[in-house]
Design a protein around this ligand. Sequence first.
Ligand SMILES: [Zn+2]
Length: 485
Amino acid sequence: MSQKVCIEQVEVRGAIPYIGMCEDSFGEMVPVWSMNPVVVMDWLCDAWRCRYNQIRSRRMKWNRDGSELIPIGGAVDLRSDKQVREECSWLSSVPSMILQSPNRIENTDWWSANKRRRTLKKKHRYPGSMPRFKKRDTDPMFVCWYNRGANAVFRKFNRHHGEIVIFGQNSRANNLPGRRGCRFEIHIRVRLSEDIQPYTSVGVHPRSGYVVFVNDPLPVTRSRTGRETGIDRGCVHNLALSDGTFIDLPKHKLERIDKEIRRRQKAQARRISRSGLDAKTYVREHRQSNRYQAEQDRIRGLYRKAHAIINDFQQKTTTNLVKDYDLIVLENLSLKNMGRKARKIEDPLHPGRYLHNGQAAKRGLNRALRSASLGGVRQKLEYKTRRAYASSLLFVDPRNTSRMCSVCGHTCKENRESQAVFHCKKCGFQLNADTNAAVNILRRGHEQLLAGPGGSGRDITVSDETTKNFGSSATVSRKPTASTH
Ligand SMILES: [Zn+2]
């Protein structure tokens, strides 16, 4: 979670920060102090990047023949923060909340890249490279911990303006001679459009002119409602609740973006085929071409937009669900299997040929995006219910939830007449098929709570929190809210 605000002005007050040593016109090294905000910000960015790269240099990689681990940069820098301050005089006056922050940030960067590569390799996609050193020309920035008010303190002036103050002090040896105080303050004035949430650190990007407040996601504020729901996740209706409501992605928006992406991709492909080159050669030759790059950027932007829409949908709906329901029951789906291709059907009349198996309908970006949203909903519900008051999430076995009658329990394939219609062959009960499945899921959740954590089946997860809240009050014989469609 983060909030981004624009920098309006930077000002240095108090003592003059010591920037380092510099060669003067006579070729002698002289100390430099500066009140110039641009110089001071550059100095902090350089210091942060330098420390980051020193820590990064301790990372290892396998050598060419894979026999031993070698440091990624050739040389390893094992100096601590304190040693660095003493040995490199230009780092001596950097506020400690800035000099310490690369320790943790570098670690997070490295391991998240590791995780990303592992998942992409499993999916047989290009994993990307491991992160390298930070370069001087890529968006200079530094991070300062807030650390419960130790530094980077934010103060609001009025509705639209505020400032962040970063404190620092020159070491006694490096203070400007003749000056009494050694403390300096860097005031970064920012423009606000909303209230700043409690934050843990600020990331300052002086060249690009913005500051990012990094905050922990706040727990959803809720009170006990006594309501419970089962949720069936699917593709036609993204979420079907057991009370008969459906929650859907803004499909028309996604379809419009999908169309635009396809149009641009086709144009790109046509350009390649017209050039008479194969795709690989074309891309190699046109990598530098402005027009090719601009087109690629536009496509990338459209993908980003689609994902932003999905993320927004997920955040809002999961927060509302957590607010409204004390207990949420989900089926324990394996999304990996759902994403698989449809099984081949051989044509009995023409050996070697295949019949329609619905694979064409299974394909498509929209479909992929929608199924991606299923996993996101689960993941977001997991952490939101964990942190909210009196809220629980339960997973149940998904087998036959869409084929079982929610009134008499009769299970057979023919019950489901079409995608939308459920019609029980035994008792004649009719309901929307997704709603029927959601009711079954809620029922299973109740059964599981009564059985207790010991009696749970194979794929079942019951958190301690859940049994604590609902162990006594769960009822099995809850009538489904039947509404015939
Ligand atoms: Zn029935």
